[in-house]
Ligand binder design. Structure first.
Ligand code: HEM
Ligand SMILES: *[C@@H]1O[C@H](CO)[C@@H](O)[C@H](O)[C@H]1NC(C)=O
Ligand SMILES: *[C@@H]1O[C@H](CO)[C@@H](O)[C@H](O)[C@H]1NC(C)=O
Length: 331
């Protein structure tokens, strides 16, 4: 009996320490993290996000992309929201901020103000957690799946433009490049395909895909994997000397619905970037695209798994972070 017990204990403590080794910070995230400090944080954030959403739909793509960018650059620590000051150029001013729309920043600032307006919640909830909650809320508001969000992230203590280099995927990426960048963040090919469906909402500037319709390769002016009808539409929306501020819908069919149209589009050659269309062109990822084009529920399940994993990337705890009073400035 004694021997059995101690064996159990050994197995248990071994697996516990293994857990701690594999994901030191993720272990600290949990749902209802603020149950004793700011009980209503979820509804406070949801109401603020909803008010912002009613003002402009851009709230949806801008917030989702901000979360992705934040998590991939230095972990989900709201460092992307910090504004440049003095001699320091912050993450958000790197050219690869990929033209993050101001409405994502504004959503977090507004939700933070709503949280801090409740005396018991003041300076108790991190900007990183508010961004994670706001992302869940905009996805649900635009027809996507709703899911429980793990909380307990701290806000990061640094934000530099240099830290962005090489951390974000480029629209020209092929499957191997996408897989290796996502793997560096603990995400699988399946997670990557699921998260890419965020391109079912939002906009892109013409420059991000112009090469696919004007000068693809020495032998082919146009990328042979794009739908011919779509090429014509893209050329009329994005003529060669287009205003660089023009941005077009990434999902030509249901641009305001967070749905599985993204995968149906890929099947018809309607993926906007090389990184989108390659998910269908490459036979290693095509079966997943086909499965999720057919089953919205299978897609939603995979998406929730993937975005939950994304939310655990590089989370700050203990002395590595704090709760910022103003999301756009260090305390
Ligand atoms: C797989 C590799 C990815 C690449 C190469 C990529 C690249 C891009 C590019 C080039 C744009 C257009 C930016 C512009 O011109 O303004 C864009 C927009 C966007 N991306 Fe991605 N992205 C990727 C994955 C993701 C993921 C994982 C998410 C979120 C889960 C995401 C969310 C978005 C959203 C929502 C927009 C629209 C932004 C807006 O309308 O303001 N992307 N992406
Ligand atoms: C992103 O970077 C560009 C230049 O690199 C800058 O003009 C723009 O204001 C930045 N966007 C945001 C939202 O900070
Ligand atoms: C091209 O897109 C149109 C819809 O815009 C679709 O009807 C057609 O089947 C697509 N062609 C191919 C080859 O997928």
């Amino acid at each position: 009996m004694g021997k059995f017990m101690s064996r159990q204990l050994l197995v248990w403590s071994l697996s516990l320490s293994l857990c701690l080794l594999v994901s030191p910070s993720a272990a600290q995230l949990k749902q209802n993290f603020y149950a004793n400090t700011c009980r209503d944080v979820e509804s406070i954030v949801r109401n603020a996000v909803k008010a912002k959403f009613q003002q402009t739909f851009v709230t949806v793509p801008a917030t989702i992309r901000l979360f992705f960018h934040d998590c991939f650059v230095q972990g989900c620590d709201a460092s992307v929201i910090v504004a440049s000051s003095g001699g320091n150029t912050a993450e958000k001013d790197h050219p690869d901020n990929l033209s993050l729309a101001g409405d994502g920043f504004d959503t977090v600032i507004k939700a933070k103000a709503a949280v801090d307006a409740v005396p018991s919640c003041k300076n108790k909830v991190s900007c990183a957690d508010i961004l994670a909650l706001a992302t869940r809320d905009v996805i649900a508001l635009s027809g996507g799946p709703s899911y429980a969000v793990e909380l307990g992230r701290l806000d990061g203590l640094s934000s530099t433009s240099a830290s962005v280099n090489g951390k974000l995927p480029q629209p020209s990426f092929n499957l191997n490049q996408l897989n290796s960048l996502f793997a560096a963040n603990g995400l699988t090919q399946t997670d990557m395909i699921a998260l890419s469906a965020a391109h079912t909402v939002g906009f892109s500037h013409c420059s991000r895909f112009a090469n696919r319709i004007y000068n693809f390769s020495p032998g082919n002016k146009v990328d042979p994997t794009i739908n011919k009808t779509y090429v014509g539409q893209l050329k009329s929306m994005c003529p060669k000397k287009v205003d660089p501020n023009i941005a077009i819908d990434m999902d030509p069919n249901t641009p305001r619905q967070f749905d599985n149209m993204y995968y149906k589009n890929l099947q018809q050659g309607l993926g906007l970037f090389t990184s989108d269309q390659t998910l269908f062109t490459d036979t290693r990822s095509r079966p997943t695209v086909d499965a999720w084009a057919t089953s919205s529920s299978a897609f939603q399940k995979a998406f929730v798994t993937a975005i939950t994993k994304l939310g655990r990337v590089g989370v700050k705890t203990g002395g590595n972070g704090n709760i910022r009073r103003d999301c756009s400035a260090f305390n």
